[in-house]
Design a protein around this ligand. Structure first.
Ligand code: FES
Ligand SMILES: [Fe+2]
Length: 347
């Protein structure tokens, strides 16, 4: 399995998890999410230990979840605490429970060793929960390996071809080189484009237009969190030197959780520092991002199908693959290290 298990993954945007159980497959395992009476999120294996009915088809009772078939009642730790019609609960009546944390507007799950689940390891995407920024969040299920999404996000060149009408600026973009650097386990890719036209989506959301200096700085944090520090400022006002006061900034935030080996949960948010609290602007950005990412989705799912049809057929690498190839190497190393650590701790 090409997964890192000891990591926090987004399971849902916080407002997706309401008063009903939510079923979501995470790293190949069916999981049910629900909220306790105090709203704390709970994640349990979505399979009753009696006759395997998904518990997500049952109902929440206070801090507990009751199976919808024969009524076994499970507490938030996954232990069966009641079997209707008998006084004894059979030994071993339990389902797996997972650590969760709610922060940054999302519910996160730790699919790996619960003892290693440290809240401090949630990626630092502070802008998702900061009064100086406004989010425009959305979700898509993508029928593709999460690593294809990471490849896509680390590759700026496709913007000029695939997102011509949405994210692309002018033709300068297709030929402006990117800088790639590795920072420990992270990869940073980016560039400055001076004296270029503003992308249509930026203009629609902020009103900024004409000639701008534009930046795109992307950081990939393994396994699947990619943060775009993007924006533009009136040309020649000093943005490349650090003064962004004549411009607009956004964090285009991409949080990817593997569903299976060939499908992914894709949580994204366009977060801005201008025209805060203006719902029409939020809608422009949410719709714009969704429209653009649906263009990616079509490509990614077609790519996944072709790869599954001929998994061993050769492909070539070109210069623009530098960052995606580096990210694959880092991921492979982390996955190997995790597997090694697990077998060492079993020995
Ligand atoms: S399947 Fe859940 S109680 Fe029987
Ligand atoms: Fe894209």
């Amino acid at each position: 399995m090409p997964f890192i298990r000891n990591a926090w993954y987004v399971a849902a945007w916080a407002d997706e998890l309401g008063d009903q159980p939510l079923a979501r497959t995470i790293l190949g395992a069916p999981v049910v999410f629900f909220r306790r009476a105090d709203r704390t999120p709970v994640a349990l294996e979505d399979r009753c230990c009696h006759r395997a009915l998904p518990l997500s088809l049952g109902r929440i009772e206070g801090d507990r979840l009751r199976c919808g078939y024969h009524g076994l009642l499970f507490d938030a730790a996954g232990a069966c605490v009641e079997v209707p019609g008998q006084t004894q609960v059979p030994p071993g009546s339990r389902v797996r429970s997972y650590p969760t944390v709610e922060t940054l507007g999302a519910v996160w799950i730790w699919p790996g060793d619960p003892k290693r689940a440290d809240r401090a390891l949630v990626p630092d995407a502070y802008w998702l929960d900061d009064p100086g920024w406004t989010t425009a969040s959305s979700y898509l299920r993508v029928g593709a390996d999460y690593r294809l999404l990471v490849d896509n996000l680390l590759d700026l060149t496709h913007v000029s071809y695939l997102h011509r009408s949405t994210l692309a600026g002018d033709d300068v973009e297709a030929v402006t080189p990117v800088e790639t650097r590795r920072e420990e386990k992270r990869i940073v890719v980016g560039r400055w484009m001076r004296n270029v036209s503003a992308p249509p989506l930026y203009t629609a959301a902020s009103g900024i237009g004409g000639t701008v200096d534009r930046w795109q700085w992307i950081t990939w944090n393994p396994p699947g969190n990619v943060f775009f520090d993007i924006g533009c400022a009136k040309a020649g006002t000093g943005a490349p030197e650090g003064d962004r006061s004549q411009g607009i900034s956004m964090w285009s935030t991409h949080l990817i959780t593997p569903e299976t080996e060939t499908s992914s949960h894709y949580f994204f948010s366009f977060v801005r520092n201008y025209r805060l609290g203006e719902p029409p602007v939020t809608e422009i950005l949410r719709d714009g991002a969704r429209h653009a990412f649906l263009e990616d989705l079509g490509v990614l799912e077609a790519q996944q199908k072709a790869l599954l049809a001929r998994p061993d057929a050769p492909t070539v690498d070109i210069n623009i693959d530098k960052a995606p190839l580096q990210s694959r190497r880092i991921l492979d190393g982390l996955i190997r290290a995790e597997a090694h650590g697990e077998s060492a701790s079993r020995a």
